[in-house]
Design a protein around this ligand. Structure first.
Ligand code: SF4
Ligand code: SF4
Length: 440
């Protein structure tokens, strides 16, 4: 039995229900309607306020009405009277903590994403600074593709204080944060230069969804994933792909998300047809393919992509004896302060990195608690949200500093940015440490 088999199915129960059927249908209570209508779904809410109690934004921002209002209450109001979406929906960071907390399975994330999309499309001024800034942040991949053509020049410009100050004044992008550097060679360039997969196998095949950050900024994470999966005998496919859509959902850019998702579903459904399962190194990317796509889109193949997507370490725990391999291996001085990203929690993956690190000789990982890191992708990059983002992250920073480690660990690239920003620690991905221990 693999080491994860006895730990219960890590797929979210509601997601499983949604994606298991071949004849996938999004939640659509009025079948004759072309628009997704979530208003009757709000009747499942019995106002217990559990969702409000876990919302990190509501905890520090008295003006934010919380997930119960953003979801079921807003839809109830709309049922009575077709009123506008409340603009506070733009203050939800899309951390999705409320989503997994609801005892009544109210589809909060789907309600928030739908409301945000409607607000942006119908009520947000398209020439406003907020719209332009959010569109830029949501489409990071487009700008990263350009910037990574001349990485040194881009890094120089984006690290310049004058450019940062202009960014803040003109676009509302905070100048408090250090812009992430672009790698000299992207993951995809490395993949092409090495000649693609080193192993061919009909039995063990995975398709890697690397996402934007592992491609443009931290290709070492993608390289570690490839080496680790090849170590276990897998043929790795790297299909063409776009952004997972996570920053687009968070900014209500649903048309952009739909375009990206259509390509991703088509490419990864084709890889599944070739016998591959889908793996991701970023927990927000795996969340997006598993939960947000089937909640919001109905392209052919959406259900099979959602059902066959896994976070990479989760996949190895399910299919290989990763624990035994790590127990036999050793690394030097590898103590980590580990933060579980909110989107990892949603997928039931909060404990696995600590468990795996504790098996590895010379390594240890201390969980720095359940709090949200506060950056939530693009949220903490918005000038007006920066202070809130840092206030949310304060608990995590304190726990990191109290931990017996001076290196951080997480699976989410933006949580990593926040951890580094708040403590100055170097941050590593579990895949990098495992590849170092087993392969290099
Ligand atoms: S946790 Fe669920 S049932 Fe409780 S208030 Fe929130 S949406 Fe309603
Ligand atoms: S997604 Fe996060 S920030 Fe948004 S309402 Fe839910 S808990 Fe609050």
């Amino acid at each position: 039995m693999s080491d994860a088999e006895s730990g219960g199915d890590p797929h979210d129960a509601r997601n499983e229900e949604t994606v298991e059927s071949d004849e996938f249908e999004p939640v659509q209570v009025f079948p004759e309607s072309e628009e997704m209508d979530l208003r009757p779904g709000s009747d499942d809410c019995y106002k217990c306020s559990t969702c409000d109690s876990v919302c990190p934004v509501a905890e520090v921002d008295d003006e934010f009405p919380g997930p119960k209002f953003q979801g079921p209450e807003q839809w109830r109001l709309k049922r009575k009277d077709d009123r506008d979406i409340d603009d506070s929906v733009m203050s939800c960071s899309n951390c999705m903590r409320c989503d997994s907390s609801c005892p009544s399975d109210v589809p909060l994330s789907q309600m928030h994403n739908t409301a945000r999309g409607q607000f942006v499309q119908e009520q947000m001024e398209k020439l406003s600074q907020e719209y332009l800034r959010n569109r830029i942040l949501a489409n990071y991949r487009f700008f990263a593709e350009l910037g990574s053509k001349v990485p040194r020049l881009t890094n120089f410009l984006m690290g310049n204080v004058v450019v940062q100050s202009v960014n803040e004044k003109l676009l509302g992008i905070t100048s408090e944060r250090e812009f992430p550097e672009f790698a000299d060679e992207t993951f995809r360039e490395w993949w092409t230069n090495r000649g693609g997969a080193k192993i061919e196998s009909d039995e063990k095949r995975v398709a890697y969804f690397h996402g934007c950050y592992s491609n443009y900024n931290t290709p070492e994470v993608g390289k570690s994933l490839v080496r680790l999966f090849e170590y276990f005998g897998y043929e790795v496919l790297v299909p063409p792909q776009k952004c997972s859509g996570t920053p687009m959902f968070a900014n209500g850019m649903l048309a952009d998300a739909r375009r990206a998702a259509e390509t991703n579903v088509s490419e990864f459904a084709a890889a599944i047809e070739e016998g591959a399962d889908v793996i991701a190194s970023c927990t927000s990317c795996s969340m997006s393919l598993r939960q947000e796509y089937p909640e919001l889109f109905d392209f052919e193949g959406t259900a099979s992509v959602a059902a066959q997507t896994y976070e990479a370490v989760e996949y190895l725990r399910l299919h290989e004896d990763l624990a035994a391999e790590l127990e036999r291996a050793e690394v030097e001085d590898a103590d980590f302060a580990y933060h579980a990203p909110c989107h990892a929690r949603n997928q039931g993956l909060a404990g696995q990195a600590v468990e795996m690190m504790d098996l590895l000789g010379g390594a240890s990982a201390e969980d720095v608690g359940e709090s949200c890191s506060g950056i939530s992708g693009t949220y903490g990059w918005k000038a007006e949200k920066y202070d809130t983002s840092m206030e949310i992250g304060a608990e995590m920073f304190d726990h990191m500093e109290d931990a017996e480690a001076e290196t951080g660990m997480t699976e989410c690239p933006t949580c990593a940015m926040q951890m580094e920003h708040g403590t100055g620690y170097e941050i590593r991905h579990p895949l990098e440490v495992m590849a170092e221990a087993l392969v290099e």
